[in-house]
Design a protein around this ligand. Structure first.
Ligand SMILES: CC(=O)SCCNC(=O)CCNC(=O)[C@H](O)C(C)(C)COP(=O)(O)OP(=O)(O)OC[C@H]1O[C@@H](n2cnc3c(N)ncnc32)[C@H](O)[C@@H]1OP(=O)(O)O
Ligand SMILES: O=C([O-])CC(=O)C(=O)O
Length: 376
């Protein structure tokens, strides 16, 4: 096992801000567990719905429970007309994360969570609707098409690809999406989840918590890194070119998106899983350039800086190989992390005290207000 990272300094690093029974991150330096299960085991053996059930309800479902849960989620895919109207007014130039934030917020106006007794239903509705929501906007704003989001897709993974491309996806692509959604589902007190918990601690509604979390995930230091990684690797012609370009960026002290982590010391356990899928997709596509470039970036970053790929880096090539436009990468993260966010909101509500830390004051000493004519 790798050594644990020394967690000190700004950004509340290493400070315990609450309790959770949902996941452990880098407990002994590497490793990620959801309710006691290793994420690699879950990604190898489960569908996302099973993992969402585990995270939200506490246990992996039986076959009967899974079937009932999937039937419920499939029945909740339709977009209310008022939400479609809003989506149709958002320009093609908008970032899809802003569309998701607005879409989630609008849903909260139309189907407001009236009491905490509705928290599971509110979450299930968002799990079911989010893939179709963002792809409805994408197809309408980019291709002028009003898509039918009530597809025959059997899972959230398939629903995302189906509503994006307008047809049943290849089995390999659905399999990769299942794994990807599982890898992204939950990660303890990361920035977006902490946002959701802070909002929950005021006893706010589920849609407000999730809307805030989407805003936090959007940034390139967090979920937005998968898009930023794509923008990096698509500029590289081959592995040697990747090495040259990276060395120049490092010499200029630029940050390389998709590398490093606030908690893991030597590796992010999700990387090995998505890297393997990226390689399979590269071979299936008969075009390994992006994969080869990514592998060289990984080697150079470790050799030069002892920095490793986080969950986002190989997601870039994997999603690209599946024909997913770069700006839709982080919204997929939303469709998945929603399960973790909502479970944290529920956990916070079950044992709540308003989250209200303190600050060290570093401003000016106390002073008197001068009349306006005497200032300047
Ligand atoms: C799913 C996720 O959200 S995973 C994270 C996705 N984000 C990214 O990939 C963005 C790129 N990575 C980063 O910005 C950072 O590694 C973070 C935000 C993930 C973690 O930040 P921190 O906890 O502050 O990182 P850490 O303490 O390990 O940084 C140590 C040093 O390495 C540097 N470093 C860390 N990551 C990188 C990177 N990707 N590229 C270049 N240098 C880096 C830091 O600048 C810091 O140097 P300094 O001490 O001279 O300032
Ligand atoms: O834990 C973090 O800081 C970021 C991360 O990897 C995640 O949210 O998946």
């Amino acid at each position: 096992m790798a050594n644990a990272k020394q967690l000190t300094g700004a950004g509340l690093r290493g400070q315990v801000a609450g309790k959770t029974a949902l996941s452990t991150v880098g407990k002994t330096g590497s490793g990620l567990t959801y309710r006691g299960y290793d994420v690699k085991d879950l990604a190898a053996k489960c569908d996302f719905e099973e993992v969402a059930h585990l995270i939200l309800k506490g246990e992996l479902p039986t076959a009967t429970e899974l079937s009932a849960y999937k039937t419920k989620l499939k029945s909740l895919r339709s977009l209310p007309q008022a939400l479609k109207d809003v989506l149709e007014r958002i320009p093609a130039s908008a970032h899809p994360m802003d569309v998701m934030r607005t879409g989630c917020s609008m849903l909260g106006n139309l189907e407001t969570e009236q009491s905490f007794a509705e928290q599971q239903d509110a979450t299930d509705r968002m799990l079911a609707i989010f893939p179709g929501l963002v792809n409805y906007w994408y197809n309408y704003s980019h291709h002028g098409k009003r898509i039918d989001v009530e597809t025959a897709a059997d899972s959230i993974a398939e629903q995302f690809l189906w509503t994006l491309h307008g047809e049943k996806p290849q089995a390999l692509h659905t399999e990769v999406m299942q794994a990807s959604l599982i890898l992204y589902a939950e990660h303890e007190f990361n920035a977006s989840t902490f946002t959701a918990r802070v909002c929950a601690s005021t006893l706010s509604d589920m849609h407000s918590c999730i809307t805030g979390a989407i805003g936090s995930l959007r940034g390139p230091l967090h979920g937005g890194a998968n898009e930023a990684a794509m923008e990096l690797i698509e500029k590289m012609d081959n592995a040697d070119d990747a090495e040259q370009k990276l060395l120049c960026m490092l010499a200029r002290k630029e940050k390389i998106m998709g590398f490093g982590h606030a908690v893991y010391a030597e590796s992010d356990p999700r990387n090995a899983v998505i890297k393997e899928w990226s390689e399979k997709l590269a071979n299936a596509n008969g075009d390994t350039k992006l994969y080869d470039v990514s592998v060289r970036c990984e080697a150079v970053m470790w050799r030069e800086k002892k920095l490793f790929c986080n969950a986002d880096f190989f997601h870039a090539s994997a999603y690209n190989y599946m024909g997913i436009p770069t700006k839709l990468f982080t919204p997929i993260f939303v469709c998945s992390r929603l399960s973790g966010w909502a479970a944290h909101v529920m956990e916070q509500r079950a044992d709540n005290r308003i989250i209200r830390p303190s600050a060290d004051y570093v401003g000016v000493e106390p002073r008197n207000v001068k009349p306006i004519a005497a200032r300047g």
